[in-house]
Design a binder for this molecule. Structure first.
Ligand code: AMP
Length: 249
């Protein structure tokens, strides 16, 4: 079966993000960018399904600027077979991204779509769900285990205080949680091989999708700086401060 994995280029998780002076967003100039960690887990899961003989082809797709080709090459080095970039320099809403991904699903006809549960830049946690709704596919979100059997996929989901297992009829969408797997590093030979793998360029216009947004980001603010902590000399002093200063007990 064919698996489509959606991957996003985001600010590397090690970078301390800085809000732009005009509060319109975060500073991206000269900032290290990377494959969104949950998308890396999505690619790894697809690769494992291919190694098990369940998947026959892995296509990775990204919506973003031309530079997102770097992250697609990373996904190819991790084991994907082919990549598609829907090139757009605009800041797109989740719904616009989901509509573009739906157009790619229509072209590629995958049996399984895997996305991350969330992109660590905007923390939206909604693109996979929106895509499932647009495609009319079943969805298994926050997956910590994925088992394909015949025409269905069993997904163990991480929910508050426990696990829920659901069976989805294929085609379906799975979104990955942190504990699904531990992605391996791409080896140098695979990084070299990835340079030769096919990468197709598409545009929203070519897909016939309008990316006009009904959502506007009004402002982005950094969290308030935390005041420094203090050291107390005794438990009695701690209790006194919690009672009289913090007033929490
Ligand atoms: P979000 O809803 O933005 O938190 O993203 C959840 C998941 O949707 C990500 O982990 C990706 O798998 C997918 N996704 C979001 N934005 C994009 C994008 N621009 N291109 C490809 N996939 C995306």
């Amino acid at each position: 079966m064919k698996i489509l994995v959606a991957v996003k280029r985001v600010v590397d998780y090690n970078v301390k993000v800085r809000v732009k002076a005009d509060q319109s967003g975060v500073e991206l100039a000269n900032v290290k960018m990377a494959l969104n960690p949950f998308c890396e887990i999505a690619v790894e899961e697809a690769v494992r399904l291919k190694e098990q003989g369940v998947a026959s082809e892995i296509v990775v797709v990204s919506v973003g600027p031309a530079t997102a080709q770097e992250q697609l090459r990373t996904a190819l080095a991790l084991g994907a077979d082919r990549a598609v970039l829907v090139e757009s320099a605009e800041e797109l809403s989740s719904l616009a991204v989901a509509k573009l991904l739906k157009a790619v699903v229509d072209r590629e006809q995958p049996q399984l779509v895997i996305t991350g549960k969330q992109a660590i830049d905007s923390d939206n946690n909604q693109t996979g769900q929106m895509l499932a709704a647009l495609c009319g596919f079943a969805q298994g979100t926050f997956a910590s285990r994925v088992e394909v059997a015949g025409d269905s996929v069993k997904v163990t989901r991480e929910i508050d205080g426990g696990l829920q297992t659901v069976a989805l009829k294929l085609p379906a969408i799975v979104t990955t949680d942190l504990r699904l797997n531990e992605p391996h590093y791409a080896s140098l030979p695979n990084i070299m091989k990835a340079k030769k793998k096919p990468l197709d360029l598409l545009t929203p216009q070519a897909l016939g999708v309008s990316t006009a947004s009904t959502l506007k980001v009004l402002k982005v603010e950094a969290p308030a700086a935390r005041s420094a902590g203090i050291k107390v000399k005794s438990v009695a002093e701690l209790v006194e401060k919690l009672k009289n200063e913090a007033k929490v007990i």
